[in-house]
Each structure stands twice: as C-alpha cells, then as structure tokens.
Write a protein that binds this ligand. Structure first.
Ligand code: ADP
Length: 175
C-alpha cells in the first residue's frame, strides 16, 4: 500500500527490516542503546558488532530522540536508533512516540539520507497498542515529510506480520 505526500512516497510493506535496501533504517532502541530483543536484536545480529561499538561510544538516547550510527554489514548505509515510550496510558505517550518518528526523519534529512525504513516503534516489548500506535506513527511521518519536503524520497514501514500490516493499512486508509 502506498500514498504520495507531496513528492515523497509513504509505503507500507510486510517483512524483516534488516533486509531493507533504503539508505537508512530505524531501530527501536532502548535509552541505554544497550541492545535487546525484537527488532533491536535482529538489527545487531544481522549487522554485526560495529553498530554496537558505535552505540557504546554514543552512550545513551532519551525517549523520543534519535542518534545515528554505521550499519555494519547491512545493505542500508546508516542505522538511526530512536527510543519510543514504554506504553503506560499516560497523556504524554503519543507525543513521545510521535517525537521518535519526527526526530528520526529530521536526522535522516539532515544527513542527506533520502529513503528511510521504520519498524512499528513501541509495539513489541514496549506494549503500545497497535491500532493507536499506527495512527500516531502515520500522522507523525506525514508531518515529518511535510517539514522535510524536498529531502525525503521514500518513507517505508516494514511491518512484522499481518496484524501489524493490517493496523497500519487501516490507519492509512483513514488518514
Ligand atoms: P519496542 O521495544 O519499541 O516495542 P520491539 O522490537 O519489541 O520494540 O517491537 C517493535 C516492533 O518491531 C514489533 O511490532 C515487532 O513485531 C517488530 N519487529 C520485530 N522484529 C522485526 C524485524 N526483524 N523487522 C521489522 N519489525 C520487527
């Protein structure tokens, strides 16, 4: 599924983000950049130890912000590590989740990375309900594209499994 926002394509796909051939991929990191399970574990396993070596030098990343490292042996050029909120049903959860997407896109645009792949941030171990997260994610990405209108060619969601794909497809239909 695909939608054009200005001249930027917003694309929904299903698959494994470690295989993405975009110029940047985004990791759902934790604030200590310490590595973990889920998509973070998959990225470090597939990319090799160079990514973690750079994460250690950077040290940490607050919730809602983003940092950038090399991509080791992945196809992509750079990995953007961002930290979504642990879902607690607080009023600030959607803002923190949106910030994670927005700051990732700002960082990509700033570094001249024109195609970016995202996983569904916060919806695994961090427990954000998928339908709510999909709405926040797509609205934030739309805003980020508008803000960086001439710097981004394609933003792709690489969704892990049918349920995640369906939630994002539904949210995009209603946007
Ligand atoms: P968080 O801690 O932000 O919730 P997780 O990695 O636990 O991060 O989960 C985020 C989302 O990433 C979940 O929807 C999960 O199904 C998905 N995911 C896990 N592995 C991959 C992968 N290899 N590619 C894309 N998405 C993945």
């Amino acid at each position: 599924m695909e939608k054009l926002i200005g001249r930027t394509r917003l694309v929904l796909t299903q698959g494994d983000i470690t295989q993405a051939d975009t110029e940047a991929i985004v990791n759902a990191a934790n604030s200590r950049l310490a590595g973990g399970g889920g998509v973070d574990g998959a990225i470090h396993r597939a990319g090799g130890p160079e990514i973690m070596a750079e994460c250690r030098k950077i040290g940490s990343c607050p919730t809602g912000e983003a940092v950038i490292t090399n991509a080791g042996r992945l196809k992509t050029k750079k990995v953007i590590h961002t930290v979504g909120p642990i879902y607690r049903g607080r009023p600030e959860d959607p803002r923190l989740l949106a910030n994670a997407y927005l700051n990732s896109l700002d960082l990509a645009a700033e570094r001249g990375l024109r195609t970016v792949a995202f996983p569904s941030l916060s919806t695994g171990a961090y427990g954000y309900p998928l339908d709510q997260a999909a709405k926040v994610a797509l609205e934030a990405v739309r805003q980020g594209i508008v803000k960086n209108s001439d710097k981004l060619d394609e933003i792709r969601f690489v969704l892990f499994g049918q349920a995640a794909y369906d939630a994002y497809a539904h949210a995009l239909d209603h946007m």
